[in-house]
Ligand binder design. Structure first.
Ligand code: GMT
Length: 374
């Protein structure tokens, strides 16, 4: 009989939501029965699949509650779905709150369900440092039936911060490069007001402080002194206004295009020459795979899991955090040396094909499921 998996995730735009949704879709194609448990329908779940179900968590909001108790509603919903749908496994994406809620649901449910927790980063690199949450995160990690982390770096950091010897399996992020090759939209550059012979640098993120988008603009400013180019900034978030101001301060208004949140980033990547990710914390950087699968070489910081994705000099370049001269030198090299660009572009695609394909990585999650059900 096919396995029944409940996936608890954030449905919004963001790497963890994308990974959880693509995982669910691929599992469904392998005949698993997949139940998403979340506040809204995961945004990538656009097609109808007969063996994928969505269970909406409705958050109670009575005047007596100072804050709507999302976590309690979620735990209650998970327990309800475990019993009704006879789930075998709950795969929680993020220790807090999803693994914690899943553990609570396991105690409430009548059925014995296994909990697999995937750590995506912020729960460890940001919340793990917060004393008030440390014990709870450690509890989630130690009580789960299996724990995975999206990079070696995140695994090591988790074991160090929480002083735990829990076995953590590294399962990298993945991408289905086959599905993501749109036709080159010849007209897109012109519609964006970019000259056809101009180079394009791109950054895509949720504009949180850790993404250091201001440094992306500063590095681009240095690049712009040498190469006629445009910076595409895709995404929105808390630092957005500051970044806009930075662009004004550096008098780059004519060279930087803010595109806000975009669902369809493949078309934008297709017209881009280099992708920048200069984060101060980054457990993996799924967006790097998205760029590499389109043959866009990446320049990133020597932080977290980024060096596990960018092999320095092979499919892009790595610079020390905050070293913007290094970043601009590498970008200028890529934009001006066609044979270097061609080599790194084709090696980017090869690395995605060889190391980060959906099928290959999902097998690793499947072996985790088999192990906990043994
Ligand atoms: O990067 C973010 O702020 C979003 C966050 C998320 O929850 O989606 O991304 C985290 O998970 C992704 C999927 O595993 C990773 O690729 C990102 O590197 C990680 N972000 C951070 O560690 C800051």
């Amino acid at each position: 009989m096919s396995k029944r998996i409940g996936i608890v995730c954030y449905p919004t735009v963001g790497g963890s939501g994308v990974v959880a949704t693509e995982l669910g879709i691929f599992l469904a194609e392998q005949q698993y029965e997949v139940h998403f448990i979340s506040t809204t329908m995961p945004f990538r779940l656009k097609r109808l699949y007969p063996n994928i179900y969505f269970h909406e968590v409705e958050v109670a909001n009575y005047p007596v509650f100072k804050h709507p108790p999302y976590d309690l509603s979620l735990a209650n919903k998970i327990a309800e779905v475990v019993d009704r749908e006879q789930l075998d496994i709950i795969h929680a994406h993020y220790a807090v709150p999803h693994a914690i809620c899943s553990l609570f649901a396991k105690q409430m449910a009548k059925r014995d369900v296994k909990i697999v927790t995937t750590l995506h980063g912020t729960d460890i690199t940001v919340l793990g440092i917060d004393d008030s949450l440390q014990n709870m995160i450690r509890f989630a990690i130690e009580q789960s039936d299996a724990v995975t982390a999206v990079s070696e770096s995140l695994k090591t950091q988790t074991q160090d911060v929480f002083e735990t010897d829990t076995d953590i399996q590294v399962v990298h992020n993945f991408i289905d490069s086959e599905e993501r090759i749109p036709a080159y939209d010849e007209d897109l550059k012109r519609r964006l007001g970019i000259n056809m012979d101009e180079k394009v640098v791109i950054h895509i993120s949720n504009f949180r402080k850790v993404k250091r988008v201001d440094q992306v603009v500063e590095a681009f400013s240095k690049v712009r002194d040498h190469v006629q180019s445009t910076l595409l900034l895709v995404g929105d978030g808390p630092e957005y206004s500051k970044v806009r101001q930075k662009v004004i301060d550096l008098k780059l208004q004519d060279d930087v295009i803010f595109l806000g949140r975009q669902d369809n980033i493949q078309d934008l990547l297709k017209i881009s020459d280099v992708k920048l990710l200069l984060s101060e914390k980054e457990s993996f950087g799924l967006v790097l795979l998205e760029a590499m699968s389109q043959g866009v070489p990446c320049v990133g910081t020597k932080v977290g899991g980024i060096p596990e994705v960018i092999d320095d000099g092979v499919n892009g370049f790595i610079c020390p955090l905050g070293d913007l001269d290094c970043v601009s030198d590498k970008v200028v090299n890529l934009l001006t040396d066609e044979s270097l660009w061609n080599k790194l572009s084709s090696q980017s695609k090869d690395i995605v094909e060889q190391q980060f394909q959906t099928e290959q990585i999902v097998k690793q999650y499947e072996s985790v499921y088999d192990r906990v059900l043994e």
